[in-house]
Design a protein around this ligand. Sequence first.
Ligand code: SF4
Length: 302
Amino acid sequence: MALQKTAGRIESIDTMNTTLPPVVKRASIVLSNLCPYAYCHKRCPAHNVTEAEILPTAIIRDVLDGLASLGFDNKNHELGWHGYNEPLCDPRLVDLMKHALSVLPNTGQLLWTNGWYLTEQVAAELVAAGATRFFLSAYTDSDLKRFRAIHAQLHRSQHNGRRVRVQYKRIQNLDDRTDDIELYPETSGYKICSMPLEVIQIWPDGTLGLCCYDYEREVGFGKLDGTNFCELLQEAIPKLTAIHDQLARRERGIVEICRRCPHRRYRPPILAESYWKRAGKKMPKQLRQSKHCHLDCNQEHE
Ligand code: SF4
């Protein structure tokens, strides 16, 4: 059964006209698990990386070619190169972006980056390689100043008929994602999460995953080490659809991590200061800082 999003709501339909469900919006190809700031960002999952994982170029090209053959190439589709890694530290990035541009000419390309190695000149070169959207996380005031200049230079510009968007945000505190999943209690206050199916998540070890919150890869739908991307995806679609369908009914019982995940939940009492006052205890620091996801991926965060 395929799913269709209509007027902001997800509904099930009985027929599937294409091999790729119409709700698929983004493919996140996580190039590696490496980030040059991981050593100082102790609250980021990248901080706990002990062994480098780098997604092989052959797999990335297979995914891009596979997406093209499945019709993933319209103005609503977007390719991301991130997921707790820093895409700009990957020396293959520009070549991969150019390949993506050649096989998926209508698909946007998102660079979610801490701006390491990003100057106005590099940003312009990345736009020429296919970047259509930048999300820049500024960790210092000087980063913020640099990103403002890039915004002034590129935001709303057109390149080869493609509109470029530049968003930036001064990050004061990282959300404590490594603890969030453990600290959040199970509650019934859920909103619809449409991450499975809406985002095709490829982790740097080649795992076809559930979503970015599952950074420990508790849920996987097979590995792209020798398996063709299209075959693996076709096998995974019924399972992803089942999870997506259940989340669309605000039921989070099908996958254990979804029950604990803070994404798109109503604010549980554990996040209210009054809850801790009543209990006569001090609210844990991690919870005080993790009321909101520090990211802003156009998803609603509670
Ligand atoms: S509920 Fe959380 S863990 Fe489950 S799919 Fe959505 S974002 Fe991922």
